[in-house]
Design a protein around this ligand. Structure first.
Ligand SMILES: NC(=O)c1ccc[n+]([C@@H]2O[C@H](COP(=O)([O-])OP(=O)(O)OC[C@H]3O[C@@H](n4cnc5c(N)ncnc54)[C@H](OP(=O)(O)O)[C@@H]3O)[C@@H](O)[C@H]2O)c1
Length: 314
């Protein structure tokens, strides 16, 4: 008998790459549709995982991908859109999900795992609003759905510690909007375990899991912790909201939008969670300290190893 096949939309990203590897390890066949022509084949040198180039927003393409599959996982998401009117978020989060649900129904596929975010549906940002609308679509789908709402996700290659590390290496002073916003960062490996455990467990049908870690930190704490692990002395300057919003409005026009008004609005809500979804799934939460020192190269064993290598080269 063939192994069950899972289609992971958004499987080429930071979380997706880890999830695909875990699903393959658990014996699934995995199909990863990507918009990219160069197909990122090198991402999955694993037998069992296949990256295919597809117009992921097309219902016809989705139906073809889902034919014979046993579950769909939707990890597609954006933190910023090209414009500023919310249409990009609507397309990536709400319309994509709506089309995917229709494709699942048309293909007779019942199982859908949906990535969302803590605070989905709350606040004024297009990001959080569109996340909430997508969740509503999933809850009304009639499928066997599970929704995951993570806080910010950390691990090697993340958009949190690694991103701030890049900024801190360049700038002696870091003016920070919404520096007091609080997060409970969740480890990428725990997020992957949550998806993998829920996938075949009927107890997770119709459930929403908040995913957050054991440490709660403000954004300023996160940046200071990053600087400390890098051994850098840096000034973190919390901006009053009026200035933070002005900074965001300026960055709205910087190519690639390193920060935006919509990010600023999302940061008005603490991303800390209330009911521990990892505990509900039988997963022990990984603290920041277990991962980040080594991630940032600050692990004492790593320092010793680097020192040893330097001595050998000298
Ligand atoms: N990372 C976090 O801290 C965090 C926190 C809360 C929630 N989330 C959510 O978790 C999910 C996975 O996060 P991640 O960090 O792995 O994201 P990621 O690295 O940006 O990957 C997302 C993937 O989705 C695809 N994608 C992006 N924009 C798309 C669009 N407009 N249309 C179709 N496909 C698109 C991309 O695949 P191709 O380029 O190959 O097509 C990309 O590899 C996302 O939904 C994210 O919003 C992440």
């Amino acid at each position: 008998m063939n192994a069950p096949r899972i289609v992971v939309f958004g499987g080429t990203g930071f979380v997706g790459r880890r999830l695909v590897a875990e699903l393959v390890r658990r014996g699934f066949q995995v199909t990863v549709p990507s918009r990219n022509r160069d197909l990122r084949r090198e991402l999955f040198p694993l037998p069992g995982a296949r990256v295919v180039c597809a117009d992921v927003h097309s219902g016809a393409a989705q139906r073809e991908l889902l034919e014979g599959a046993s579950a769909a996982i939707n990890l597609i998401g954006i933190l910023n859109e090209r414009g500023r009117d919310g249409r990009g978020f609507q397309r990536a989060h709400v319309e994509f999900t709506r089309i995917l649900i229709a494709s699942c129904r048309a293909s007779g596929l019942r199982r859908l795992l949906q990535m969302s975010a803590l605070n989905a549906g709350r606040g004024e940002s297009h990001y959080l609003r569109s996340r909430g609308q997508a969740e509503d679509e999933v809850r009304g789908s009639g499928l066997d759905w599970t929704i995951f709402q993570p806080s910010v996700i950390f691990g090697p290659g993340d958009g949190l510690f690694d991103r701030f590390a890049g900024l801190l290496r360049l700038a002696p002073v870091l003016p920070l909007a919404r520096a007091q916003a609080r997060f409970a960062p969740v480890y990428a490996g725990d997020v992957v375990q949550a998806f993998a455990r829920a996938l075949e467990d009927p107890a997770s049908f119709g459930q929403t899991y908040e995913l957050y870690g054991p440490d709660t930190l403000s954004l300023a704490d996160i940046v200071r912790l990053t600087a400390r692990h890098l051994g850098l002395r840096r000034a973190v300057v919390p901006l009053p909201d009026a200035l933070g919003r002005a900074q965001a409005a300026l960055f709205d026009f910087v190519p690639g939008k390193p920060f935006s008004t919509d990010n600023f609005l999302s940061l008005r809500r603490d991303s800390v969670g209330g009911i521990d979804g990892l505990y509900r799934l039988g997963i022990e939460r990984t603290p920041i300290q277990a991962i980040v020192p080594r991630q940032l190269g600050a692990d004492p064993r790593q320092h010793r190893l680097d020192g040893y290598r330097r001595t050998r080269r000298a």
